[in-house]
Design a protein around this ligand. Sequence first.
Ligand SMILES: [Zn+2]
Length: 138
Amino acid sequence: MENTFNDIQLSTHFKLSEFLNLGQHPDNLPTPQVVFNLKYGCMFLLEPARRGVGPIIINSGYRNEAYNRQVGGVRNSQHLLGEAADIRPKDPQQFQHLVDFLRNCPYTDQLLTGPDWLHISWTPFAQPRHFIRLGYYK
Ligand SMILES: [Zn+2]
């Protein structure tokens, strides 16, 4: 069967496909609402962060229910809405700069960091909570 997925550019440096992991999860296709939410995150968080730290790798972005269950994500995960991403800088030396940028960004909803990657979320339809936990993931 022909692949009918149409990739789109969410912002200057981020494409929709980077947030879907379709290689491992071919059914992980977003709704238009999810695409909108991902685009919001790119415009207000990821693209500005990239200007400071260089290329950013998306480990995991949008997850449908099945994918989220498979990776043990929490039931109300913002990944289900396209309102979160687990990311790392391509250059590991830039990790602290990335953390510093996001903890100071007014659009940050949740920032939970691990040793060399972090979870960042955003809320296009609500006031961001600005909940920061450094070293949350061991
Ligand atoms: Zn996450």
